[in-house]
Design a protein around this ligand. Structure first.
Ligand SMILES: [Zn+2]
Length: 85
């Protein structure tokens, strides 16, 4: 879950991020997350019961690992080749 300051203005600043599963608060320094999180967002379409709804959530790495460990087919993993300096 993401909490923004000035939520209704164009220049909104990320104020807090919480893991939706365990409620852990992810540390933020000057608008930058100090711990990586999984952010999922889905705009549901016509062939669903949630047509027009946009769902979003965040998971800390621990909850993400627990979530994907339940998959029958493992996640597809690629190595990023280049990192920006
Ligand atoms: Zn968590």
């Amino acid at each position: 879950m993401r909490v923004y300051e000035n939520a209704n203005k164009k220049t909104r600043e990320l104020k807090a991020v919480y893991c939706n599963k365990c409620k852990k608060e992810i540390k933020i320094t000057r608008g930058i997350l100090m711990e990586d999180v999984y952010h999922g967002e889905k705009e549901w379409g016509f062939f669903s019961d949630k047509d027009g709804e946009i769902h979003g959530f965040d998971l800390c790495e621990e909850c993400y690992d627990e979530f994907i460990s339940q998959f029958q087919i493992p996640v597809q993993t690629k190595k990023k080749k280049e990192f920006l300096a």
